[in-house]
Write a new protein. Structure first.
Lengths: 81, 516
């Protein structure tokens, strides 16, 4: 899975979870840019990724994800294995 | 040793700083050893009896972490998991034995009409904090978030005295990379900034928190003796208590962050003006932030993930903004929130009052989430527009104040009595000192309108609140932004001197969070 595909998927998931079709995810998008990105919606984003890609994130990984760039890195690591 | 003691400020700290800086001229390793030895002295001077708990649990946890890494390399996941479980059980048993045994025996005596002797166990200082730190370390080692850590760096990560007793609860990844990469040595700006934070924190503790202590202690004592204190007395007690806890713990946190900075180490932000929050979820994201972060990562997230994965596996839709079912709300939102906060309550102390403290916070936070999901998301109510924001801030403060009744009360029944008095159930005429009211009004002004200490020294990288960009507040912000200037040095010197006098003429009182 290449990076652009991951961003396309994240765009779709973010727009759906945050119910905002105007969201454009970039590597620097963080919780500070999306006011609704709280611990609850963070989990919703991660669950949506898990369901779509069939991967499973660990407690430590979830805790460290506070920006889209970190999400992409984590997904890339999962997909490489 | 207390941060707010003459021994610490005028003897331990200058000697340790001097030894540390001399050691940095020799080698990085020696500088780390100096800090580790100083930290153990700092701990031992206070409570030598339980040093073995700290040392023993640190060594055992490190060995288990090494084992987990080794088993990973050998490709034996079952053994890796076993070692993690042993580590978690070991640390939790230790915490459980020291913290909860007397409470459990007492409760068993009451419930089953037994007469077992309640054991006298001296709680090792800071055990709740260093246990959490070690649990996080083990889980992160298990999750492969940690590669290899030297024993020296690990010891400094655990023992480092500015955060040893009451946090901030730090992650290995915040500290260890600083220890691995950093070249230690005198860095003037860090030293000055550290001293400024230390002085601000000291003044918060000595000049404000300790001054407020008297009123609230008297109120709770009267209730514990079975006397009513009336509406005015109860509110004065709780306003004093709330502000005391705030200034005590945020003062401690400022001192911790400042002390660490003097040794060139950055600790995470622990308080970010929590009383400026307009709901309880936001308040907890700004109050004791390192604890909230820990609870979210290691208790809330795993519960939500487990419940949600099961929920999704059964083919039911996951909750989404504006499309949450009542069952989904209770299973995936309310239950994990309340469960996490109840555990947070019990972590604070052994007693039903702490359980109530957690429960009240959890239930109100769940209501807050419910409001967002059912009311705001459907467009039935705005997102705190205009004038409702100050009302929301005051309402959040009062709601939190009610929960703190059970944090401060010596027992659940005294807490209930306090609430009854606050609701005007006991008409007792109380004379309320006008000076006390004035002090509380000034302090509320400070917590609501002034920039916090991290903003003053511009340590925080967080964006300034939008409200500060205009008018009087913007000017205040400008004047109150620290600079390495003669004016600020004079101001901090004076504040530090007055605080030292405050320590000499008052009495050294421990920080409230040292009991945890």
């Amino acid at each position: 899975m290449v990076e652009s595909e991951i961003y396309a998927l994240l765009n779709e998931i973010f727009q759906d979870v945050f119910d905002d079709p105007s969201i454009e995810v970039t590597s620097t998008t963080s919780a500070a840019d999306i006011p609704a990105w709280d611990s609850f919606n963070n989990i919703n984003v991660i669950l949506a990724i898990e369901l779509r890609l069939g991967v499973k994130f660990t407690t430590g990984e979830i805790e460290q994800m506070s920006s889209a760039g970190e999400l992409v890195q984590a997904i890339e690591r999962k997909k490489k294995r | 040793m207390l941060f707010n003691s003459i021994h610490f400020l005028l003897l331990f700290l200058p000697v340790t700083l001097a030894a540390f800086y001399c050691a940095t001229l020799v080698s990085q390793g020696l500088a780390k050893i100096v800090l580790i030895v100083a930290s153990i002295i700092f701990y031992t001077v206070w409570m030598p009896a339980n040093l073995w708990v700290l040392l023993g649990s640190t060594v055992v946890t490190y060995l288990l972490a090494l084992g987990i890494l080794l088993e990973h390399d050998r490709g034996r996941p079952e053994r890796r998991k076993l070692l993690l479980v042993i580590g978690l059980v070991f640390n939790l048993l230790l915490l459980g034995y020291f913290k909860y045994t007397p409470f459990l025996v007492e409760t068993a005596n009451e419930v089953f009409s037994l007469s077992r002797t309640i054991p006298r166990i001296v709680l090792p200082l800071g055990i709740s904090f260093f246990t959490f730190q070690k649990i996080a370390f083990l889980i992160d080692v298990y999750d492969r978030q940690v590669g290899k850590v030297s024993f020296l760096d690990y010891c400094l990560f655990v023992f480092f005295f500015p955060q040893l007793i009451a946090g901030p609860i730090v992650h290995h990844r915040e500290i260890i990379p600083q220890l691995e990469k950093r070249s230690f040595g005198v860095k003037e700006v860090e030293l000055y900034t550290g001293i400024t934070l230390l002085v601000i924190g000291l003044a918060k503790k000595v000049l404000i928190a300790d001054t407020l202590a008297g009123t609230q202690i008297a109120g709770f004592q009267a209730l514990a003796q079975g006397n009513a204190i009336g509406f005015g007395g109860a509110w004065m007690t709780m306003l004093s208590a709330t502000l005391q806890i705030y200034f005590d713990f945020s003062g401690y946190s400022d001192m911790a962050v400042g002390l660490a900075l003097m040794f060139g180490i950055r600790l995470p932000l622990n308080f970010n003006s929590p009383f400026k929050a307009s709901n309880l979820v936001e308040l907890w994201a700004r109050w004791h932030m390192s604890l909230t972060r820990f609870l979210t990562a290691y208790i809330y997230n795993p519960i939500v993930m487990a419940v949600s994965r099961r929920w999704a596996a059964s083919g039911r839709p996951l909750p989404k903004k504006g499309r949450v079912t009542v069952a989904g709300y209770f299973a995936i939102i309310a239950f994990p929130t309340v469960a996490t906060m109840v555990l947070a309550g019990i972590w604070h102390g052994a007693g039903f009052q702490f359980l109530m403290f957690g429960l009240l916070n959890g239930v109100m936070m769940a209501i807050c989430h419910g409001w967002r999901q059912f009311v705001q998301a459907r467009g039935w109510a705005g997102n705190e527009p205009g004038f409702t924001k100050p009302m929301a801030v005051v309402a959040t403060f009062i709601a939190f104040l009610f929960t703190l009744v059970f944090f401060k009360a010596p027992s659940l029944s005294v807490g209930i009595q306090m609430v009854a008095n606050m609701l005007g159930q006991h008409s007792v005429s109380t004379t309320v000192n006008i000076l006390d009211i004035g002090l509380i009004a000034i302090l509320l002004g400070v917590v609501w309108f002034l920039p916090n200490s991290q903003e003053i020294v511009a340590l925080s990288t967080q964006k300034r609140p939008a409200a500060l960009s205009s008018g009087i507040q913007a000017n205040l912000q400008r004047y109150l932004t620290w600079q390495p200037s003669a004016g600020w040095a004079m101001a901090m010197g004076t504040l530090g001197f007055v605080s030292l006098i405050g320590i000499v003429i008052g009495r050294e009182s421990p920080f409230l969070y040292f009991q945890f």
